[in-house]
Design a protein around this ligand. Sequence first.
Ligand SMILES: [Zn+2]
Length: 305
Amino acid sequence: MLGRSADKALGWAVAGLQGLQHIRPPKPVRKRYIRFMPELPEVEMARRRLVRWLDGREVVGVEVDDTRIAPPEGRSALLRIRGALRDSLRRGKLMWLGFETGSLASHLGMTGKWVRREGPGEVRFSRARLVLDDGSVLHYTDPRLFGRLEPLSRSDVEARFSALGLDPLADEVTVKALREALGKGRRAIKVALMDQARVAGLGNIHAAEALFRAGIHPERPGAEVSDAELRRLVRGIAETLDFGLAEQEGEEPAYLEEPGTDNPFQVYGRAGAPCRRCGTPIESIRQAQRTTCYCPRCQPRSPGR
Ligand SMILES: [Zn+2]
């Protein structure tokens, strides 16, 4: 670590000598922890926590900071949200809360989270707040600002939902449903699984994890995968989502990106490490601008039939 900080300090010093116009930001220090984005389990657990926190309570005030998470045209409607929670919905990674007055659609983007605090006080990266009648505050935090808060009506959010594909928590996932969702194309099965219009809510982590659990190579075309393999994939998706939900239990969401969080996954973020099932080093490939990790032995490119 010392070496890295020294390099960084030197980089700035050199830049300083060359004059301000030549300053380039130093290369970011390689993170020791791996990137994590909220997927279906995290969004569903966020919804369940909000429902729990709002149970028996009323929203008495709303604060929305001036950031891109809440587009200006929707901000005044968000500020008017009041009263008890009437209903909540979720499909894929989009959740919706309907109150006595007003409603709120929340997309967590890359780093969004809802957290509860007993009373007033600073919360790091807090971008919007629901103040409740017992003095508690529900903060929407988002360091990287890719999330969204919008005052969508129920019909607006249902229109958004209709563009989303099979939701593995809300819908019954069968071999037939999965076959239809994946379609007949030659697209790699991992890429197809991450396409929100086909399967809603699976992202880079849970798609990779489900394919590992099913023993399916991530680059195989979805249309080539047999019914027996799809049966394993149905189970793999259910298992990885159950695991993801269990990981997110508790009052505070824990995202893997935070330093000190252990990697609880089978293959995701484990390139080079031994497969937990067979010991073969986990490999990684690029697919649709994302890194896919898989075990070349447990997930053969050409499975023996
Ligand atoms: Zn393996």
